[in-house]
Design a protein around this ligand. Structure first.
Ligand SMILES: *[C@@H]1O[C@H](CO)[C@@H](O)[C@H](O)[C@H]1NC(C)=O
Ligand SMILES: *[C@@H]1O[C@H](CO)[C@@H](O)[C@H](O)[C@H]1NC(C)=O
Ligand SMILES: *[C@@H]1O[C@H](CO)[C@@H](O)[C@H](O)[C@H]1NC(C)=O
Ligand SMILES: *[C@@H]1O[C@H](CO)[C@@H](O)[C@H](O)[C@H]1NC(C)=O
Ligand SMILES: [Ca+2]
Length: 372
């Protein structure tokens, strides 16, 4: 396809989109019509800003997640082929991708096909399980969100596995594993693991049964240590943290090293603390926490002493699931009884689909800061 015809095609498609959204606005009985958006959040670099929740959150609705996943897989494949076999890369026609994209979005925005009320009716009994009492509590919501994001994470790990598992035996050995190009190209500190994250110690800590190879579970933990329940891996993460923060290279964290670096992260990811108004943290509470963590009172934190807070330094999927749940509660719990009835959910459908709807078209919507 030539450049000119491509531009004409895009222009036509945009015009058509505008027409469709305008006519559906006119036909809509809702006061506010929001166009649901399929996110294309594929990125070679992991999100560096942990506050960019909008990019991090898994879709609330598994059906939306599936659509996004398919789209992401396609992009990934495309990227992967270009990165690894640039010569043989098929010149994929852009109109084809565009088609898929708009079809998926049109589907989501066709109220006859994708009726958010019916979706919520269908999902409710799957969320209200602990106990099934006709209300969705914050913790049920968190568990649901966590399950959705874990599915996403595992799916991405499976894709990574395909790349690294050279002999296709379902395991990744240290020799098979080589860091992805974005690690080699990025400056050594940007990922926060100081390039050590794929090294042998990291690998060994992930290899629970010590057979020298990582199955999908072990490999998933390897890629997402802070989500792991593997104690050895969490310890490794603490050691990495010390290695990175240890300015004077004595192998331990003193108060100064703790205060300048670690404390801010813990504060930001602490329960319900979103105190972004103060630029720098108070020193007194930092000292109190330091003394609490410093169990042997030697004035330094060892990796073992960092363990209780490591998940606050490197927030886990659970943290994001809690954030999302908190946001939903704040927006949809109309009678403020701390739980959601089916009616409250159905009356606030877009809160649940907030991760996918297009912000630009609804500027008056009261967005939680974290979700920008
Ligand atoms: C969506 O489903 C609800 C409940 O079944 C129904 O009342 C509503 O009319 C449906 N909306 C559309 C646009 O079909
Ligand atoms: C990062 O460190 C590795 C080895 O420690 C080195 O080979 C590589 O060139 C460094 N990359 C950059 C961008 O500095
Ligand atoms: C990792 O494990 C292998 C096999 O058990 C062992 O030979 C190697 O020394 C270990 N490496 C590190 C850094 O612990
Ligand atoms: C991978 O190995 C670990 C450790 O042996 C085991 O607990 C886990 O169930 C295995 N995962 C799969 C998918 O087989
Ligand atoms: Ca293993």
């Amino acid at each position: 396809m030539t450049k000119v015809s491509f531009i004409i095609y895009i222009t036509l498609a945009v015009a058509l989109l505008l027409l469709i959204s305008r006519s559906s606005n006119n036909n809509s009985h809702r006061h506010r019509h929001r166009r649901l958006k399929v996110r294309s959040n594929f990125n070679f670099t992991p999100p560096t800003d942990p506050h960019h929740l909008h990019d991090r959150l898994a879709a609330f609705d598994p059906l939306v997640a599936e659509i996004e996943r398919k789209r992401e897989d396609k992009q990934w494949e495309h990227h992967y082929i270009q990165a690894h076999h640039p010569k043989s890369a098929p010149t994929e026609s852009p109109d084809h991708e565009w088609d898929d994209f708009t079809n998926a979005e049109d589907y989501l925005n066709d109220e006859e096909k994708f009726n958010v009320t019916n979706r919520l009716l269908l999902l409710f009994p799957n969320i209200d399980i602990h106990p099934p009492d006709g209300y969705v509590s914050a913790s049920e919501l968190t568990q649901w969100n966590l399950k959705q994001s874990q599915k996403e994470v595992l799916h991405r790990t499976q894709r990574e596995m395909e790349v690294h598992d050279k002999n296709k035996d379902g395991f990744v050995t240290l020799a098979e594993y080589e860091p992805p190009t974005w690690v080699l190209n990025s400056d050594n500190n940007s990922f926060g693991y100081d390039m050590g994250w794929w090294k042998e110690e990291h690998f060994n800590a992930s290899d629970v049964d010590g057979d020298g190879q990582l199955n999908i579970t072990e490999f998933n933990d390897f890629l997402h240590p802070s989500d792991s329940t593997n104690h050895k891996l969490l310890e490794w993460l603490c050691k990495e943290e010390i290695r990175e923060r240890d300015a004077d290279k004595d192998g331990k964290i003193n108060f100064k090293e703790f205060y300048h670096g670690i404390y801010d992260l813990i504060r930001t990811h602490g329960e319900g603390v979103h105190d972004s108004s103060h630029e720098s943290a108070e020193e007194a509470p930092a000292k109190t926490l330091f003394d609490q963590l410093d169990k042997d009172g030697d004035g330094y934190l060892s990796h073992g002493e960092l363990l209780p807070v490591i998940r606050k330094i490197h927030p886990s999927e659970l943290y994001y699931a809690q954030q999302q749940s908190e946001y939903i509660m704040q927006q949809a719990d109309t009678d403020e009884d701390g739980r959601l009835s089916l009616t409250e959910m159905v009356e606030n459908p877009y809160v649940f689909y907030s991760a996918v709807f297009d912000e630009d078209e609804d500027e008056d919507y009261d967005y939680h800061d974290e979700f920008r």
